[in-house]
Design a protein around this ligand. Structure first.
Ligand code: FAD
Length: 302
């Protein structure tokens, strides 16, 4: 059996595996796609100590670092079931069952898409999902935020300090964000809020040049000229496959304590699949290290 088996090969999983392997214990990584969300990222400017890098470049150095240690990397393998017996057993889609004394969940998350024409086409060409990451790229420009929940309104407030103008589009008749956020938003001079707005299309040529929505009350179609669209309608953790095996919160995020431990002895979790407050590369790496040290602590005590 493995001492530590890591499920997920993004920044959290890579960091966890390196920290575990450096303890000289048998470590493996199972990943559906090594690199995770970082593979889909164009430019990264907030990975501290690197002024600028690109997703695939960062993934290549993660892979190189992981390969420095005798870690079993099982790429292109999807985990489908976790069971606690004498050991922990992880079943893969191909039917194989891996046994391990401890396990670190780091299966990450994915942004919910609005699913309108232009969204996929202009991803990284004006369509963005992370204001902390991409906000500064739109300095002095006009943007829309789709979604009037807490994350949408936080994004709008954040962006309003950087960009020229923000249009918030909310499908429902009212914003869903906390009252204090709505008040703060209302105090900003360069924000327009449109409720009852159904996004129809993100338009552009080689990059985004506008957004079209339908006023649901009147059925009138409106077009706004702008350079960027932030989609903020939810971040979904890749944890459905866990079912009831570990405690998850109402968003489906795995609940962890400050050692990265879940409610199941020997099972730890890190990164965007957990209930961590913020989802970023540097934060995932930190929590991956925490989970690995937590797992090591568990192994030496059991
Ligand atoms: P992920 O990166 O999501 O990795 C999850 C891993 O688990 C993958 O290997 C995946 O294949 C695997 N996996 C999932 N399910 C299974 C399964 N059932 N079995 C096996 N493996 C599985 N953050 C920044 O700090 N700066 C940025 O500039 C930035 N830009 C971003 C731009 C975009 C377009 C996106 C989408 C995100 C961006 N982020 C950025 C956020 C950052 O990418 C994430 O916070 C970070 O990747 C989370 O790391 P993770 O390891 O927890 O999860």
């Amino acid at each position: 059996p493995y001492d530590v088996l890591v499920v997920g090969g993004g920044p959290a999983g890579s960091s966890a595996a390196i920290y575990a392997a450096r303890k000289g214990i048998r470590t493996g990584i199972v990943a559906e796609r090594f690199g995770g969300q970082v593979m889909d990222t164009m430019s990264i400017e907030n990975f501290i100590s690197m002024k600028y890098t690109e997703g695939p470049k960062l993934v290549a150095s993660l892979e190189e670092h992981v390969k420095e240690y005798g870690i079993d990397v099982m790429n292109l393998q999807r985990a489908t079931r976790l069971e606690k017996k004498d050991l922990l057993e992880l079943e893969l889609e191909n039917g194989a069952v891996l046994k391990t004394k401890s396990l670190i969940l780091s299966t990450g998350a994915r942004w919910r898409n609005v699913g309108v024409p232009g969204e996929l086409e202009f991803k990284n060409k004006g369509v963005a999902y992370c204001p902390h990451c991409d906000g500064p790229l739109f300095e002095g420009k006009r943007v829309a935020v789709i979604g009037g929940g807490n994350s949408g309104i936080e994004a709008a407030i954040d962006l309003a300090g950087i960009v020229k103008h923000v249009t918030v589009l909310e499908f429902a008749p009212e914003l869903k964000a906390d009252a204090v956020l709505q008040e703060r938003l209302a105090s900003l001079p360069n924000v327009t809020v449109v409720v009852n707005a159904q996004t129809k299309e993100i338009t552009g040529t080689d990059k985004v040049n506008g957004i079209t929505y339908i006023e649901r009350e009147t059925n009138v179609e409106r077009h706004v000229e702008l350079e960027g669209v932030f989609v903020q309608i939810g971040l979904v953790p890749n944890t459905d496959w866990l079912g009831e095996t570990v405690n998850r919160n109402k968003f489906g995020e795995v609940q962890v304590d400050r050692h990265g431990a879940t409610n199941v002895p020997g099972v730890f979790a890190a990164g965007d699949c957990t209930d961590s407050a913020y989802k970023q590369i540097i934060i995932s790496m930190g929590s991956g290290a925490t989970a690995a040290l937590g797992a090591f602590d568990h192994l030496i005590r059991n």
